[in-house]
Ligand binder design. Structure first.
Ligand SMILES: Cc1cc2nc3c(=O)[nH]c(=O)nc-3n(C[C@H](O)[C@H](O)[C@H](O)COP(=O)(O)O)c2cc1C
Length: 233
């Protein structure tokens, strides 16, 4: 019987700390095709793992399929994220592989990114016949009407904004139960632009600054086994 690595328990424990309420934002760093780094905040949606394999955890987040980070991930699937939980004074740095799962009707490249060599969790899910599009729709359906509207902009995130007047005409809510033909069209646009972003960590660096002396532990995955090393903070 496989068990979740200790770092997952540490993150879940930190998240349940009363002073860490809402600390579900991490910063995700990518490197583009020209080797230039980029970093941005993203919302942690959930952990998941292949059936019967809690030792192979993945982090679920999401994005707009048209956003620059997607092209960066297509060029290089190695990413690192940093997660600071101020209430408990824990920093988690997770390094690993990312995959993007856009809609089949996404604008531009609608293919999902490949399984990187060594990405055992992604490979196991593939072997188990995991339905990524069903997961994408499930996560989309959990979003608020306001969030859904953010995937309706007629122009890609990061492109020049012609006028704020035009921006004001864009939908501000996409209700889950469409009340008009316009709602229905907007829901289709939002769903088409909505992409799942999955992160498979292979190294986790946990700096616990809420204890004295401070403790820092590095977890490294070797195949499907997690090793643990205490290091100098
Ligand atoms: C608190 C916060 C949470 C965010 N969450 C997400 C998210 O989950 N997914 C996302 O694509 N962008 C999210 N963003 C926006 C990104 O940080 C970024 O500005 C945008 O996605 C464009 O990034 P890119 O140009 O690197 O693709 C968030 C921003 C903030 C401030």
């Amino acid at each position: 019987m496989s068990v979740a690595p200790r770092w997952v328990e540490a993150i879940n424990k930190a998240l349940s700390h009363p002073d860490n309420k809402g600390k579900v934002i991490y910063q995700v760093a990518t490197v583009d095709a020209r080797n230039v780094p980029h970093v941005r905040s993203q919302v942690h949606r959930a952990f998941m793992h292949p059936e019967g394999r809690p030792d192979l955890p993945l982090l679920v987040t999401s994005t707009d399929a048209r956003s620059p980070k997607v092209a960066q991930v297509r060029a290089n699937q190695r990413v690192e994220l940093a997660w600071w939980m101020e209430g408990s004074q824990d920093q988690f740095r997770l390094s690993g592989f990312v995959r993007i799962f856009p809609s089949a009707s996404a604008p531009g490249d609608s293919s999902s990114t490949p399984i990187p060599a060594g990405a055992v969790a992604f490979k196991t899910l593939e072997e188990q016949g995991f339905d990524w599009d069903a997961k994408r729709v499930e996560v989309y359906n959990s979003m608020s009407p306001g969030m859904r509207a953010s995937w309706c902009s007629p122009h890609p995130p990061g492109s020049a904004l012609a006028s704020t007047d035009e921006q004001r005409s864009w939908p501000s809510k996409v209700p889950s139960e469409p009340e008009s033909e316009e709602d229905r069209k907007n829901a289709e646009t939002a769903q088409n632009n909505f992409a799942l972003m999955l992160f498979e960590p292979i190294e986790v660096d946990w700096a616990a600054l809420g204890v004295l002396p401070n403790r820092r532990t590095v977890f490294t995955r070797d195949g499907d086994k997690w090793n643990e090393q205490t290091v100098v903070p």
